[in-house]
Design a binder for this molecule. Sequence first.
Ligand code: NAD
Length: 378
Amino acid sequence: MFDTIEQAHLNELHVTQDTATQLRAFIAIHNTRLGPALGGCRFIPYENETKALHDAIRLAQGMSYKAALAGLPLGGGKAVILHPKNLIDRTALLRKFGEFIESLGGRYITSVDSGTSPMDMDIVAHTTSYVTATSHRNKDPSPNTALGVFNGIKCAVSHQLQEDNLHNITICIQGLGHVGSILAMLLKKAGAKLIISDINPNRTKKIAKLYDAQIVAPEEIHKIPCDVFAPCAYGNIINETTVSELKCSIVAGAANNPVVSTAITSALHETGILYAPDYVINAGGLIMVGMEKLGYSAADIERKTLAIADTLESIFKCSQQTQESTDMIANAIAEKILYEKTTTTATVSHNYCIGMEANHLATGLRHQIPPTANRFLM
Ligand code: NAD
């Protein structure tokens, strides 16, 4: 366990157990250098405690990198509640979980994740104020995620294909859920030609009719010749088998971890496919949830969401200059922001690009904390 903590540069790990409510949970706080650690709470069955702990640590690190590259005054954290075999009282367990969060004094703010809902966050809110995504807020972050992805795609098309607009650009969307369906609408409005796929045929039929899109089978979508492949379903879609089947120029979508490993992102880079790193392009949801919680205005949130494209452009240019893959560049920039000393081998030659990115962030909202945020930033 300590090796994992060291490798991930994890700042804090909190563990709790309460027999009366069956609560057994981890809160991993990866880094609070930029602000309180925000990240969802997973409440799903795990094979064992070790896997749950590793998930919490890995996901907390991912949240730190995402917040850092989005220029947010937030750190990265994640909670995992181990799902009891026979859960007796969900409400009592979640209230106790709220007390656990409260005991950390605001260093961790929770949110929804796999296995938790806005209604669960309402219950957690009875015992802590360090919670977001409650049902009262009634705001789905997905449209903001879709907006960030849309602008990221435009940026990638401009960089890779030297096209200023999406007219006649062919885009394959895999997954038409909360994000994919809104992305389809934005892309269609911008003049793109859409090819779509979902394992739910009702969704494909509806979107095809609305946006004049061509439907293909789920197992075919990544093989279709196109300009942009936009994975908006689930992870690990680009792996040892599928990477050689891609016939696109760009991979840019909302899905978390669409590429199985850094070896495969390097393979994408070597074959000339431009990859928009997932945690950079899909940060719109975090930007909305986090900035709302910290008291920023809707205009600030929109500005920050549109800045995702500027960050991507810096990464793409840096990748072109250094011939390192885009995810290596993104990680190096995040580590520079989080640790102020670089920790990947890719970074030494990236000083020029990192300087560019650091300047971009310094002029952003990171240092303009609204008064309502103060109590989270003690
Ligand atoms: P969702 O569950 O609403 O939609 C996913 C869609 O993918 C569903 O319609 C599902 O039927 C479809 N799907 C599943 N497997 C498929 C396959 N093999 N082929 C084609 N379609 C398939 O999820 P979402 O909220 O739209 O999020 C999509 C992705 O973006 C996820 O990876 C999520 O983690 C990531 N993401 C979402 C947000 C957000 O704000 N919702 C923010 C950041 C990242």
